[in-house]
Design a protein around this ligand. Sequence first.
Ligand SMILES: *Cc1c(COP(=O)(O)O)cnc(C)c1O
Length: 395
Amino acid sequence: MGQMQEYNNEAEAALLHTYNRYQVVFDHGEGVHLYDIEGKSYLDFVSGIGVFALGYGNKEYNDAVKAQVDKILHTSNYYYNVPAIEAAKAVKKASGMDRVFFTNSGAEAVEGAIKTARKYAYLKDGRTDHEIIAMEHSFHGRTMGALSVTGKKAYREAFEPMIGNIRFAEYNDIESVKALVNEKTCAILMETVQGEGGIYPGQESFLKEVRALCDEKDILLIFDEIQCGMGRTGEYYAWQRYGVKPDVMTTAKALGCGVPVGAFLMTEKVGQHSLVAGDHGTTYGGNPLAGAAIVEVFRQFEDKKVLENVRRVGAYLYKKLDEIAAAQTDVVEHRGVGLIQGLEFDHPVAEIINKALDKGLVLINAGTNIIRFLPPLVITEADVDAMLEILKECL
Ligand SMILES: *Cc1c(COP(=O)(O)O)cnc(C)c1O
């Protein structure tokens, strides 16, 4: 039995089986390539589900994190620390939002956003039965609050009851949203580009109409930018493509590029009328290690002109996947923007993904029939060509 198989067996004996894992044990990475423990190289078009935006073996990033490890890892949110202050300034600047709360994960950021919206509405009218409108086919995380607003019944059902008063509208369908709004509605929550649900970009008209609706009724608009944010669409945050600014926003995944971090942010108005001392907290969130990682991520985004790269290579990938969609009779649709794109087939894609892995290309699905393309944001046109060569062999 090979060593890889041995590890696979050990993993299956020890880890809770909450994932059907691919039969590969990754060891290290270099640029846009991963290497398994037997030294086989893989071109990475998943980036750890949109996390490792800056490429593997990134010396400056590693050095920044190591320097902070040697200095101090953790104090407490009862005290200030410089990396967190610098990180807050950087994420504020990138997003144009005003107030930041750092978390350890995306799901926690969603929890914070939900609490913010409920508190904001509570301070206005004193009610304790506020409703949140979320979207069908959305994904917001696995904790109970985040799960409650996730628009996939199969994820929720066994864990009922959810937190109460969540309504689901159809994404990109303003009438379905309007039909659910009432005097109890405190927030409308959505991904700006739906990720797990199948790579559906929010349409400009829809986002603008939801924004107008929220303005009219003083309802908070919450954008979950955990997957589609941090440069993935060619802007720091996907809503910046259309200038439809949310009141509250979540970010995570590529925000830390490997160190587990997340954040929810809000406008000054919401910050002044929602959570106060005692309302919310976290032990690890925004600790110096997390702060140092975030600061270095933003530094490299600017230094390497990552957004420009995403726009250029993203457009190239779009053109190339369009060609595949035209040539393949089993492709139903090609969707996406920047470096978050999807190819929907009229059949499950697991076999294609397994074949690709065999041939040294890491891909992932989004739903049963959709291949999701979520490469590191520093890929080049040549990497896209290399990916396509393998993909074509697998189709
Ligand atoms: C991944 C993801 C989450 C959950 O983030 P975790 O860090 O896994 O908790 C929430 N929302 C969206 C859109 C995501 O893609």
